[in-house]
Design a protein around this ligand. Structure first.
Ligand code: PMP
Length: 356
């Protein structure tokens, strides 16, 4: 605390990102990064942009990246917004679409950045309870809120809802903005992007951090009706003209163009996920059905906290959240087959030694 702090800063409880440890080399399964490197074409694009050209500011409109995304997702270029990671875009949504005092609704268990943004921008939150099996019942979203924010698939549960349910949600709340955070959608869920042309109240936010192996580059994008995109541009251009740097723009273009590499790495991760899920179930874990690059798991005989500490001690980092109802769960990012092999083996040993 300091006398120069604003009331907002005094009262805010910032989001805590997963550890990026420096003490030793871990098998890092804690922040949902992709275990595979970016496409070789992306690395080449980065090399091409790394020279005296860096004297110059990047394109403030990121036109080439927007055109590439508009091509890939079959939307118009003015229906695309790009930002410094999808976190930045989600943050921009608050001042772009809501006023202080407005109420935004999201599931009680979801990405824990949402309430932080709401606090930062003075919104109130109304959360909806999940079903006992951690699925989200979209009919629970109240009518009298100012906006809805839904991670699909949800995090940290990994569970997805289908497109037909999203469409009903959009129809039911047709005068409210519905933001769908599709950070993990490429790993097997249905994207709401095709609904954009029919629903002016839909904004879809995605990222290059997971399925495109570029968490370190910080690129995200939003797709939606041109007036929604214009609102995001107005916020961005009142804040920072150059949120996506030259290297990031060029590399992101190459990543979208390399469809083959994208599909191949996705399929590998999905296959590893399904195999790991089966093996964990056979060890007695409860494994939620995941459409993401992580598994959310618990074991009846050993607490989430204990499993987390034991794994950490053995050089495997996973994520444990203290939130009510999920304190016994671990979120485990899907790594390579070799990494998951080590994980399963360690878990098997703990269970053998801990359960009488
Ligand atoms: N949404 C969800 C649900 C996430 O889990 C994450 C990653 N922490 C993000 C958005 C943000 O991703 P990024 O800022 O790297 O694009």
């Amino acid at each position: 605390m300091n006398r120069f702090w604003s009331d907002t800063v005094r009262n805010i409880l910032p989001y805590i990102p997963g550890e990026q440890p420096k003490d030793k080399k871990y098998i890092k399964l804690n922040t949902n990064e992709n275990p595979y490197p970016p496409s070789p074409k992306v690395l080449e694009a980065i090399r091409q942009e790394t020279g005296s050209i860096l004297r110059l500011y990047p394109d403030p409109e990121a036109s080439s990246l927007k055109e590439t995304l508009s091509d890939f997702y079959q939307v118009r270029a003015n229906e695309v917004f790009v930002g410094n990671g999808s976190d930045e875009i989600l943050a921009f949504c608050f001042p772009a679409f809501f006023n202080a005092g407005d109420v935004i609704s999201f599931p009680e268990i979801t990405y824990s950045f949402y309430p932080v943004y709401a606090d930062l921008f003075g919104l109130k939150c109304e959360t909806i309870a999940l079903n006992r099996d951690f699925t989200v019942d979209l009919s629970k979203f109240p009518e009298n809120v100012d906006g809805i924010l839904l991670a699909n698939p949800n995090a940290p549960t990994g569970i997805a809802v289908g497109l037909s349910e999203i469409e009903i949600l959009l129809q039911k709340h047709n005068d409210k903005l519905v933001i769908i955070d599709e950070a993990y959608v490429d790993f097997g869920a249905e994207s709401a992007v095709p609904l954009i042309k029919n629903y002016e109240n839909l904004l879809v936010v995605q990222t290059f951090s997971k399925s495109r192996s570029l968490a370190g580059l910080r690129v995200g994008f939003a797709l939606g009706n041109k007036d929604l995109i214009e609102a995001l541009n107005r916020v961005k251009n009142s804040f920072n003209s150059y949120t996506v740097d030259r290297i990031a723009q060029r590399a992101a273009v190459a990543a979208v163009r390399d469809k083959e590499y994208f599909t191949e790495t996705l399929n590998r991760i999905i296959k590893t996920r399904e195999e790991t899920a089966k093996r964990l179930i056979s060890l007695g874990f409860n494994v939620l059905p995941s459409k993401t690059n992580f598994l959310f798991v618990s074991h009846d005989k050993i607490s989430g906290r204990e499993l987390f500490s034991r794994l950490r001690h053995d050089g495997i980092l996973v994520r444990h959240f203290d939130g009510e109802g999920i304190e016994n769960y671990l979120r485990i990012t899907i790594g390579t087959d070799e990494e998951m092999e080590v994980l399963v083996e360690r878990l098997q040993n703990f269970l053998r030694n801990s359960i009488p």
